[in-house]
Design a protein around this ligand. Structure first.
Ligand code: PGA
Length: 254
């Protein structure tokens, strides 16, 4: 089962988000043979989830706070998103930066989401500087091990890991995109670490998706890599036609 996750970030107006949801509802028909998820802004979650009810498209949040409740101005808690979402992005590099998040906070978010029946999509990956200093393996290992330490084997089967090399996000330049082999090796490393923490069956079952400047033109080689279970898409998820082309490419490759 392949996943295609659209991360709308802060890109559209409220009206624009509702129009996009309506267009996706019209266009995502038939058996998609995969799971399509869109992640609107917090203020649009209720309306978009109502619009997409009984459609082929599920709704996720872009983030959640790592405490269940509290005096935290400007934050959004799990119980505030729970009526509207089945999925939630966790630890996206932009959120980690905005909230100066630690790996422990990411683990807390994962636990809280799972307790509320929401599937976490946990983002990890290296910066350009780390890559240039040959620290990609070190960074992925640290983030993955930090995550795995706080999980049970059952919990691992319920989440999704999104490998997003930070330098490839919003790259707008195909030359700077990672080689599909690099993506495959990063995912192999994550599965190896999962096998070390649990066992190879648990590692094989783990869903890992790729994110970073995915669009209809760039997706082919990534979607065809055997270990890639789907994609996390930012800017190319903002136009229904473009997003649909990505969904079709992922389905064709799976
Ligand atoms: P992008 O965003 O597809 O625009 O690079 C991906 C992401 O940040 O999840």
């Amino acid at each position: 089962m392949s996943l295609v996750v659209g991360n709308w970030k802060m890109a559209l107006s409220h009206k624009g988000e509702l129009e996009l949801a309506r267009a996706l509802k019209r266009q995502c028909k038939g058996d998609l043979r995969g799971e399509v998820i869109v992640c609107p802004s917090f203020p649009a979650l209720a309306a978009v989830s109502a619009l997409l009810a009984r459609s082929q498209v599920a709704v996720g949040a872009q983030a959640v706070h790592w405490e269940e409740t509290g005096a935290v101005t400007g934050a959004v808690s799990v119980t505030q998103i729970a009526p509207f979402v089945k999925w939630c992005i966790v630890g996206h590099s932009e959120t980690r930066w905005l909230w100066t998040m630690t790996d422990e906070m990411v683990v807390n978010q994962v636990g809280i989401l799972l307790r509320h029946g929401i599937t976490p999509i946990v983002c990890l990956g290296e910066t350009r500087e780390e890559r240039d200093r040959d620290l990609t393996v070190t960074k992925i290992t640290k983030q993955t091990q930090g995550l795995l330490q706080g999980l049970t084997r059952t919990a691992l089967a319920k989440l999704v890991i999104a490998y997003e090399p930070i330098w490839a996000i919003s790259a707008n330049d195909p030359v700077t995109l990672p080689d599909p082999d690099e993506v495959a090796s990063a995912m192999l490393l994550i599965r190896k670490l999962a096998a070390e923490r649990f066992d190879s069956e648990a590692a094989q079952r783990l869903r890992i998706i790729y994110g970073g400047s995915v669009n209809a033109e760039t997706i082919g080689p990534y979607a065809r890599e055997p270990g890639v279970n789907g994609v996390l898409v930012g800017s190319a998820s903002l136009q229904p036609r473009r997003f649909l082309e990505i969904i079709e490419a992922v389905i064709d490759a799976s």
